[in-house]
Design a protein around this ligand. Structure first.
Ligand code: SF4
Ligand code: SF4
Length: 111
């Protein structure tokens, strides 16, 4: 078979039925205000870590909700827990506490 230098892309869909979201549900219980997030991105606009890296707290929250634990672990480690995101959140989500809990979760998920 002739090789053209192309290959089929790996499927990047997330099958939510295959993901254990119980850990995220426990974080939602601890940080109840997370339910109010509307994904506006204000937290990402002011994020201290985001000014020095590709970190984005809004995207990190999405990764958590989708159960993308391996990427989540890499991302949440960049948060400096400065709390600036909490000050600007229009929905009063306790984002600093959320990041702290996601960091704890990331540690517990490590092999
Ligand atoms: S600022 Fe608040 S409502 Fe907006 S994306 Fe961040 S956590 Fe969600
Ligand atoms: S607490 Fe973390 S996510 Fe929030 S602004 Fe600071 S570095 Fe960014």
């Amino acid at each position: 078979m002739k090789e053209f230098g192309f290959q089929k892309q790996k499927d990047r869909q997330t099958d939510l039925d295959q993901i254990d979201l119980s850990q995220i549900a426990s974080v939602l219980q601890i940080v109840d205000s997370w339910k109010r997030c509307i994904g506006c991105g204000s937290c990402a606009a002011v994020c201290t870590a985001g000014q020095f890296s590709s970190f984005n707290p809004r995207r990190t929250q999405m990764l958590a909700r989708q159960g993308c634990y391996s990427t989540l672990a890499l991302e949440v480690a960049k948060c400096q827990l400065c709390g600036k995101c909490r000050l600007v959140c229009p929905r009063d989500v306790d984002t600093r506490k959320l990041m702290h809990e996601l960091k704890q979760l990331q540690i517990s998920l490590l092999p």
